[in-house]
Design a protein around this ligand. Structure first.
Ligand code: C2O
Ligand code: CU
Length: 569
């Protein structure tokens, strides 16, 4: 009797302790070369009481599926915007043509199917995708629209690394949210707060996970609006950084703490092999006592820059150690990649500087005192040039700088090569730019040129509020065009008409290059957007409902639109 009461009490206590945590959601994994992404509103029980309205993709209720793609594959994305407003989807870290980039110019109206595709040139890495519509990024990111992309390649695959998704290879999207009294996310236009009060790990509040007693791999993304994370484990154990933004480091870096700013990724390996099954530890943000200008280091708990998580240490993931799996990884490889990097003394074709400006009083942050404009090209880069950029922040606050198109190498901080962190020693696309510091990087703008000013690449601060506020610039990568003065005839026909599943183009001039195809209803609503379509294979119109449509073809040379009507059976 006594024993059973004790057992009951034990279970009650166990239940109580576990009730503080919720099992972390692991985003669904999608494989292959064609991916269908349906962006929509959803709801999620994040707190007691009202459901919270969220944004998500496919079957998730916050965030989206993880896309596994292989280097060398041609991948096709069918992105349907089922939100009630326009959006874009940017493939953060992906090296691809500007017209496929999903930045502020590749706007997907509500109800429209956008079909970008590209050949994967990135090496194995943890990338991600998220909305990027100018002045709406903060609100749409807050809802939770986004997802991971995991690029695989033969070098990574040949290494003895944990790679069983959801078992010993875990994606972690770190963010935080504040709630209204009705349990809705605080976001623009009704709130200007930039830091959440409550942690969400893969969209799970107070997240916990069971991980096997062995080396595990955590692919960590700072998916915040603005907050930085100074990550470490609750017992201060050493862990190993094996990759940063652009892929594997040449060798693992042992640390006990690592800073991760908005948009940055790291992959770490941590050894749970010496832990007792049934024991637990926490992955934490040691954010107390950071230097001035650290995002989330502010002392206040309320107001625009206040948060209950400011300037404190808090748990981002509770880890319960479970039994070892059948084929555990028991060590960290001593060498990982064989990247050759540029150094501070590498000769370059072009040197540029960029300064953080603004931010005084009500003035938004900018670069070079030039607020973002969709119609201004701030920089023009020659295809295949190697460039050295120095971004200087002699300003009041830290920022997270991100460049589209390429992965680059940070060669100096404050002009000093040895100040580059070991955790950021690989290929990068995003970095922390603390107050009163400068960062110098070298990158080669190869493979993709497009002089169309309507499809530039971006560089910007990845704090969603700063980006929306104008802390962003545009660049195009150009190549010398042939001296072909003759404009092609852009006339074309479509067949069959009426058409059922596939529509074919018949160009009257074989010199015409198809740059963009848009299918609109007779009332002008855009239903399909096809950047540089592979029109020779026919255009798949099976997703259209029966009716009359207009197909508009933009040719590469004249950028003029030629339109034809067709009937979908
Ligand atoms: Cu992660 Cu320009 O974006
Ligand atoms: Cu910023």
């Amino acid at each position: 009797m006594k024993k059973s009461i004790f057992t009951l009490l034990f279970f009650a206590i166990t239940l109580f302790v576990q009730a503080q945590y919720n099992t972390m959601s692991v985003p669904e994994a999608l494989y292959g070369t064609t991916f269908n992404l349906n962006i929509h509103e959803s709801t999620k029980q994040l707190r007691t009481g009202n459901l919270t309205v969220t944004g998500s993709i496919n079957n998730e209720t916050f965030w989206g599926p993880t896309l596994f793609i292989n280097k060398g594959d041609e991948v096709h994305l069918n992105v349907t915007n089922n939100l009630n407003e326009s959006t874009t989807v940017h493939w953060h870290g992906m090296h691809l043509p500007a017209v496929m980039d999903g930045g502020p110019h590749q706007v997907i109206p509500a109800g429209t199917l956008w079909q970008p595709y590209w050949t994967v040139k990135n090496q194995a890495a943890t990338l991600w995708y998220h909305p990027h519509l100018h002045e709406t990024t903060h609100a749409q990111m807050t809802k939770g629209v986004g997802g991971f992309i995991i690029v695989k390649d033969p070098i990574e695959s040949a290494l003895a690394l944990p790679r069983t998704y959801g078992v010993d290879d875990i994606v972690l999207a770190l963010t935080s949210r504040s709630y209204t009294t009705a349990n809705q996310f605080e976001a623009p236009p009704t709130s200007n707060r930039v830091y959440g009060d409550y942690m969400l790990t893969n969209g799970t509040p107070n997240a916990q996970i069971s991980l096997p007693k062995q080396y595990v791999r955590l692919r960590i993304l700072n998916a915040e609006i603005e907050r930085g994370y100074n990550l470490g484990f609750s017992d201060n154990r050493t862990f190993y950084i094996i990759a940063n933004d652009g892929g594997l480091l040449n060798a693992p870096v042992a640390v006990t703490r690592v800073k991760l700013m908005v948009g940055e990724r790291i992959e770490i390996m941590v050894n749970l092999g010496n832990d007792t099954v049934g024991s637990s530890l926490d992955l934490k943000a040691y954010n107390s006592g950071q230097t001035l200008g650290f995002p989330g280091g502010e002392p206040n708990t309320t107001g625009q820059f206040g948060s209950l998580l400011n300037n404190i240490d808090f748990t981002v993931l509770h880890i319960n150690v479970a039994a070892t799996t059948a084929n555990p990884i028991t060590s960290v490889p001593a060498t990982l990649e064989n990247n050759t990097y540029w150094t501070a003394t590498t000769p370059v074709n072009v040197t540029r500087t960029l300064a953080v400006t603004g931010g005084q009083g009500p003035t938004p942050f900018t670069f070079d005192n030039t607020p973002f404009s969709l119609t201004t090209i701030n920089k023009t880069v020659n295809l295949n040039d190697t460039e050295k950029w120095t971004v200087t922040n002699n300003n009041i606050f830290g920022h997270s700088f991100h460049l589209h198109d390429i992965e680059f190498k940070i060669v100096a901080r404050n002009g000093v090569t040895t100040q580059v962190g070991t955790h950021e020693s690989g290929w990068k696309d995003t970095f922390y730019l603390p107050r009163n510091e400068s960062v110098t990087f070298i990158g080669k703008f190869d493979d993709f040129a497009d002089s169309d000013v309507n499809h530039p690449y971006m560089y910007h601060c990845h704090f969603a509020g700063h980006e929306d506020g104008g802390m962003m610039g545009q660049f195009i990568v150009t190549t010398a065009l042939g001296n072909d003065d003759v404009n092609p005839s852009t006339d074309f026909n479509v067949f069959p008409n009426p058409a059922n599943d596939k529509l074919y183009l018949n160009l009257s001039d074989s010199n015409t290059e198809v740059y963009y195809v848009t299918i609109v209803t007779v009332t002008g609503r855009v239903v399909m957007m096809l950047p540089q379509p592979q029109w020779q294979n026919g255009i798949d119109i099976s997703s259209l409902s029966s009716g009359v449509y207009v197909i508009q073809m933009m040719d590469k040379k004249t950028k003029s639109l030629t339109a034809k009507k067709f009937i979908k059976k």
